[in-house]
Design a protein around this ligand. Structure first.
Ligand code: NAP
Ligand code: F7E
Length: 350
């Protein structure tokens, strides 16, 4: 029997990788998308199929997390076996500018979905995209037993959603899981998150489109992993016999400065020649140090990530180089020169 999944946030980084994973497992995938005046489906265009085509397994539906009626309609009509709730106002810095909106979408949006499930009477499994940001300044390493000490409106909203998920699990016997994921990145990462901002910045510097990169706090440390491996953990959680909460992360922490060093050195540049600090990117309250203890997930889900920090940096720099037309595609192609730097040749000698 073909399983049916509903993904909120299908147009986001994680939604796009999860869709690929579920389609590869022969799921019928339904995705919630927001109406927008410009196209917002870039990350899934390569897998989207015309719904008129026979055998199509991916379907998109308009909706918004602030519209409980439409969420109810969709759940009632689609009757998904599994719901992956990934949609959110997901930017921590932006949540300080828009705390009320972030609460409405990231916190109450989850309640709207949970209520839609409860009222529909449909038996389904539910995944909540919880976040390591919930740990805030709780001492590392952080695991499922660490107390939350949220440090942003975004983190507060995620803590609320986390507890609502547990509440519905205990109160209504809903198969609902919290995946507490640490930062995970990829070439599809939103352009304003720090890793992508850096790798995209490097490509722009090398193509003379930018000569400075403005950043905020370089001392903060994060446990950065590779997004395609993290969506596998989401899937695994919903395949278990009983619902539970799991921490997902590499167990390796690096500062933003270390990311800069690694990424710039990969193309033989010194980050200090290009990076400037702009206070606008500082947060009123910062999360200084995140480090995952994902022992439980590794044991119970048999989740085993392979891409480490250095690999991740390379994957992201290479991808942004390619997007900027800098990477030779295939063998024996030309070497590019920018600012007198023969970056491809230099990189190869490293
Ligand atoms: P993302 O790239 O920012 O994607 C967010 C998704 O939510 C997009 O599809 C976006 O639609 C959608 N969305 C935003 N507001 C919405 C609304 N009002 N109604 C309906 N959809 C809405 O985020 P991500 O990195 O894939 O992360 C996925 C989830 O995991 C998020 O909940 C995030 O908070 C959480 N999380 C992420 C990380 C991480 O490191 N990536 C770690 C822990 C938890 P548009 O495309 O139209 O904007
Ligand atoms: O910041 C510092 C910043 O915005 C990482 C989201 O996916 O992961 C993400 O949240 C660090 C912070 O990610 C800039 O102060 C310095 O310490 O890339 P970020 P985040 O805030 O960790 C968690 C797990 C989520 O759940 C979220 O949805 O980098 N930083 N300079 C900067 N950050 C940004 N964005 N821009 C800068 O210029």
């Amino acid at each position: 029997m073909t399983k049916v999944a509903l993904i909120t946030g299908i147009t986001g980084q994680d939604g796009s990788y999860l869709t690929e994973l579920l389609l590869s497992k022969d799921y019928e995938v339904h995705g919630l998308i927001r109406r927008s005046s410009t196209f917002n489906t870039d990350r899934i265009d390569h897998i989207y199929e015309d719904p008129h085509k026979i055998g199509t397994q991916i379907f998109l539906h308009y909706g918004d997390l602030n519209d409980g009626g439409q969420l109810s309609n969709l759940i009632y009509n689609i009757k998904p076996d599994e719901i992956y709730h990934l949609a959110a106002q997901s930017h921590v810095r932006v949540s300080f500018d828009m705390p009320e909106y972030t609460g409405d979408i990231t916190a109450i949006g989850t309640t709207r979905l949970l209520e839609a499930i409860r009222r529909s009477g449909i038996k389904t499994k539910f995944y909540q995209a919880s976040s390591s940001e919930m740990f805030g300044d709780a001492p590392p390493p952080q695991n499922e037993n660490t107390l939350f000490k949220p440090r942003s409106p975004y983190a507060c909203a995620k803590v609320y959603a986390y507890w609502m998920v547990r509440n519905y699990r205990e109160g209504y016997n809903l198969f609902a899981c919290n995946g507490i994921l640490f930062n995970h990145e990829s070439p599809r990462r939103g352009e304003t998150f720090v890793t992508r901002k850096i790798t995209r910045g490097i490509a722009k510097i090398l193509t003379n489109k930018q000569d400075k990169l403005y950043l905020g706090n370089l001392e903060a440390k994060r446990d950065w992993g590779y997004a395609p491996e993290y969506v596998e953990a989401m899937y695994l959680m919903l395949q278990q016999d009983s619902p539970d909460d799991y921490v997902i992360g590499l167990g390796e922490t690096h500062s933003v400065k270390e990311f800069l060093e690694e990424a710039f050195a990969y193309v033989n540049l010194d980050w200090k020649d290009y990076v400037k600090i702009d206070e606008r990117y500082f947060r009123p309250t910062e999360v200084e140090l995140l480090l995952a203890d994902s022992t439980k997930a590794r044991k119970e889900l048999k989740w085993q990530p392979k891409v480490n920090f250095k690999d991740l940096v390379k994957i992201m720099v290479d991808a942004d180089m390619e997007l900027a037309g800098l990477l030779p595609i295939g063998e024996g192609q030309k070497i590019f020169k920018t600012k007198g730097i023969d970056w491809t040749e230099n990189r190869m000698t490293k």
